[in-house]
Design a protein. Structure first.
Length: 91
């Protein structure tokens, strides 16, 4: 690896880590922020729906979310790859 590659890699890592270190409490989940705001506006509010199944731990929940994201990205990549191949064969 050249010095330029190493510099760019370090720069990318710093750009990813710096906001997390500077704003430790700022990156809460949107569900948590929404729940807090709803409770602040109307403390008597009760949700009308609850989850059918709660994962046993946060790690399992993260795994399922990552799996869902990977499957979605794979589907989108397959779709665009197939579409591009069809366009090239038409030419």
């Amino acid at each position: 690896m050249s010095k330029k590659d190493i510099f760019l890699l370090v720069l990318v890592v710093l750009l990813a880590v710096f906001p997390l270190v500077m704003n430790k409490g700022a990156f809460l989940g949107s569900d948590d922020q929404a729940s807090a705001m709803i409770n602040q506006i109307n403390p008597n509010y009760h949700p009308w729906f609850s989850s059918l199944w709660k994962p046993p731990s946060a790690e399992v929940e993260s795994l399922l979310f990552a799996l869902q994201a990977a499957l979605g990205a794979g589907f989108i990549g397959y779709f665009f790859g197939t579409y591009r191949k069809r366009q090239k064969t038409k030419e």
